[in-house]
Design a protein around this ligand. Structure first.
Ligand SMILES: [Zn+2]
Length: 307
């Protein structure tokens, strides 16, 4: 029945062969009077773990071995099975650059721990640090005698490698304006993402008749025209999210509001006389000739340089 779900999925039954069957990571052997278990690895399994010289916290590098040794010590393996598994573990260590005595020491330690099992301490709280290199440990060592447990996170993951570039923004974040093609008024906005990403969002609102942004409301309500992006979207000031960005946005909104070039759907913030001072001092320079020019014919980079 399972095999009818999808033609690419085929389930098959594994049957006992020669009194043994593999189940998950175990081989189960049926003898006359008892059942034995041994570690089972698929033929395709490799012995690759994080390399000893990789820039990872030592805890993460040892984690695989901790797991293998714990499995070795806690499963009721046969003597032969135990020996084979221990040889496999040591080979794995050798192939990944680990000093053998580090692994044998870990095993001794773990045997000892199993014999005197400490009661679990559940009051411990955990926090995460990003592991850039051994220097990070200087900081985390400060927590050694506190009730805070330290876990490490690494930055150079396969996921990061594979997804690189996909989310990279093509335009900077900052203060932007979008022009209405019909009445030439502008909408001022800010975004911590790429401004073209934010622009596309405004356009989506328009297309889906969604009054989520003042710009979308303006276009929808007045049946005005928008786009294309390269003619109507303009970067006013590249900056990162924060109070600086908020101030720049408020100042630009006030500026356009005074000149009556702001779309009426956008509410200005409370009037701030400081912004006028800043603008006046700036208009002594060639500020006015660039920012104040409408419609937007300047390139965004020129704005970025001057503001
Ligand atoms: Zn308009």
């Amino acid at each position: 029945m399972f095999n009818r779900i999808n033609k690419h999925l085929a389930f098959k039954i594994t049957r006992e062969d020669n009194n043994r069957i593999n189940f998950l990571d175990l081989t189960i052997i049926r003898n006359k009077n008892n059942i034995e278990v041994n570690i089972y690895r698929k033929e395709t399994s490799t012995d690759t773990v994080i390399h000893y010289f990789s820039n990872h916290p030592i805890e993460q590098k040892m984690a695989a071995f901790r797991y293998y040794i714990n499995r070795l010590l806690t499963l009721p393996l046969t003597q032969d099975g135990t020996n084979t598994e221990w040889t496999t573990i040591l080979n794995m260590a050798k192939n990944n650059g680990f000093p053998i005595e580090r692994i044998t020491r870990l095993k001794t330690q773990m045997v000892k721990n199993l014999q005197h099992k400490k009661p679990e301490n559940n009051t411990k709280r955990w926090t995460t640090f990003t592991y850039y290199g051994p220097a990070v440990r200087k900081i985390t060592n400060l927590f050694k005698y506190s009730a805070i447990g330290i876990a490490f996170r690494t930055t150079n993951t396969i996921f990061k490698q594979l997804t690189k570039g996909k989310n990279e923004q093509t335009t900077p974040s900052g203060i932007y304006k979008i022009k209405c093609n019909t009445c030439n008024t502008v909408y001022m906005g800010q975004t911590g993402r790429g401004i073209n990403t934010r622009y596309k969002e405004h356009i989506r609102y328009i297309k889906s008749n969604n009054p989520q942004s003042a710009y979308a409301i303006h276009i929808l309500r007045n049946r005005h025209e928008y786009g294309p992006e390269n003619e109507t979207l303009q970067l006013i000031r590249p900056c990162a999210k924060g109070t600086r960005m908020n101030s720049w946005e408020a100042m630009m909104i006030q500026y356009h509001h005074h000149r009556e070039s702001l779309i009426t759907e956008q509410q200005p913030y409370d009037h701030n006389p400081l912004y006028i001072c800043i603008q006046e001092s700036r208009s002594q320079t060639d500020y006015r000739s660039t920012i104040a020019t409408r419609p937007a014919t300047d390139t965004s980079t020129r704005h970025a340089d001057i503001t």
